[in-house]
Design a protein around this ligand. Structure first.
Ligand code: NDP
Length: 282
């Protein structure tokens, strides 16, 4: 059974250890700035882990904390300051933002070559056109790394969830690798029929253990992006892990699956932006 489980933590560790070696002898370190607004508990944990990992690798890391009643002007001014800061190569705006701030307005203020999450219009457009931008979104990038040794061309890939940060970019990345891609969402009819046809099933809906064995194809590869909390406080995914296990050929667990890959890819993106800015190809 063990061999069916893709260990995201191990793969992520290899990525961060490799980055650590690359950074060791650099005089000027890659710089990552993280902006967080308000006191959302989950966001604070994610941000803490990102900053911690960046520092462990040896990056220069800055955390900008703004109050939940922060004005548009305050946030614009922080982004501008970081855009102009030569020591910062990547800027991450932690989402979600408080309701009075529209994320698109701010994501598009981050310079495309400092857009470490790949969320602004320039990098999103490049991905949609199948071209190389400065950065691609970290979670789907991590998913593609988990699928690195798997034949994707011609496979039926089904993605549950159409968010701009996971579902849509994951669909584009799989399409760019010649999968036949279906995106399902909350308005999709006959969902089971669609998921039963998936050779590769990516689950990113945020619904605790939603996917059961009846919904999947024998031998399916399942990537579980969901992070949900059970009543006992433990984390679980969008897939009922124990239930589907007998049918899958490969599956990612929660935790230790996609989560650590997201952070590792954020670090890799920071390093890649640093190299691009150093080479001056802007
Ligand atoms: P969003 O809430 O932005 O999007 C959820 C998507 O799921 C929507 O497209 C929604 O459809 C769809 N959906 C909801 N219910 C159903 C349903 N019953 N059937 C089919 N589709 C449904 O979530 P995110 O993409 O931001 O995140 C998804 C999950 O992944 C969350 O648990 C989140 O915590 C986790 N996550 C994990 C990361 C990691 O590193 N492991 C990184 C980012 C997210 P509609 O559009 O119609 O509303």
């Amino acid at each position: 059974m063990e061999t069916k489980i893709i260990n995201g933590s191990e793969i992520a560790k290899k990525i961060t250890e490799n980055l650590k070696k690359q950074v060791e002898n650099l005089d000027v370190k890659p710089g990552l700035a993280v902006i967080i607004i308000g006191n959302d508990e989950a966001s604070r944990i994610y941000v803490k882990n990102k900053v911690k990992t960046a520092r462990e690798i040896g990056f220069y890391s800055v955390l900008k904390e703004l109050p939940s009643d922060c004005t548009k002007e305050m946030l614009f001014s922080v982004i501008e300051e970081l855009n102009n800061d030569k020591n910062i190569n990547g800027i991450l705006l932690q989402l979600p933002l408080p309701k009075h701030l529209k994320k698109e307005d701010f994501l598009d203020k981050i310079l495309p070559y400092k857009d470490v999450d790949g969320f602004n219009s320039y990098n999103t457009g490049k991905l949609a056109r199948g071209e190389k931008g400065y950065a691609i979104p970290c979670t789907p990038k991590g998913i593609m790394k988990l699928l690195e040794n798997i034949e994707i061309e011609g496979k039926n890939a089904v993605i549950l969830g159409r968010s701009n940060i996971v579902g849509k970019p994951a669909a584009l990345m799989l399409l760019n690798r010649n999968a036949t891609v279906t995106i399902a969402h909350s308005k999709t009819k006959d969902l089971e029929k669609i998921t039963q046809n998936a050779d590769i099933l990516i689950c990113a809906i945020g619904k605790k253990e939603f996917v059961k064995k009846e919904m999947i194809k024998q031998g399916a590869i399942i990537i579980d992006v969901g992070i949900n909390r059970k009543s006992d406080g433990k984390l679980t995914g969008d897939v009922d892990f124990n239930d589907v296990m007998e049918k899958v050929s490969l599956i990612t667990p929660v935790p230790k699956g996609v989560g650590p890959m997201t952070i590792a890819c954020l670090m890799e993106n920071t390093y890649e932006l640093y190299l691009a800015q150093k080479r001056g190809i802007l």
